[in-house]
Every structure is written in C-alpha cells, then in structure tokens.
Design a protein around this ligand. Structure first.
Ligand SMILES: [Zn+2]
Length: 64
C-alpha cells in the first residue's frame, strides 16, 4: 500500500515536471518571436493589428 502511494506520487511529480518544462520551453519560444506577433491598436482607426508594424486598415505605421 505504501509503495503504491509512493509510485503515484512519483508519476504525479514526473507529470508536473514535464508540464513545467514544456510550459517554460513554450514561453521561451514565445518571447523569442514576440516582436513579430505583438498585437497593437491603431491610434487612427482603432483596428487591432495582429501582426506587422503597419495597419492593414488605414495604413498607419506603428508608433514606438
Ligand atoms: Zn488604422
């Protein structure tokens, strides 16, 4: 019985460790490509631009 609970804990922590590892890896890749996929609101027309530095709606360029 004791060994059984120990094994369940072992698998449980292994799963948490794997999840944290994958999440951390994804987060790292996200920040790496953050410059290209950053959303911003156009100050001219209020359109939410998904990608790029130019509003596809009115052509206004993203301000720094
Ligand atoms: Zn715009």
């Amino acid at each position: 019985m004791g060994l059984y609970i120990f094994l369940i804990f072992l698998i449980f922590f292994a799963m948490i460790g794997t999840t944290l590892y994958v999440t951390g890896k994804n987060k790292k890749e996200d920040t790496y490509t953050d410059l290209d996929t950053d959303e911003w609101n156009c100050p001219e027309c209020g359109f939410l631009v998904q990608a790029g530095d130019k509003c596809i709606y009115c052509g206004t360029e993203k301000s720094a």
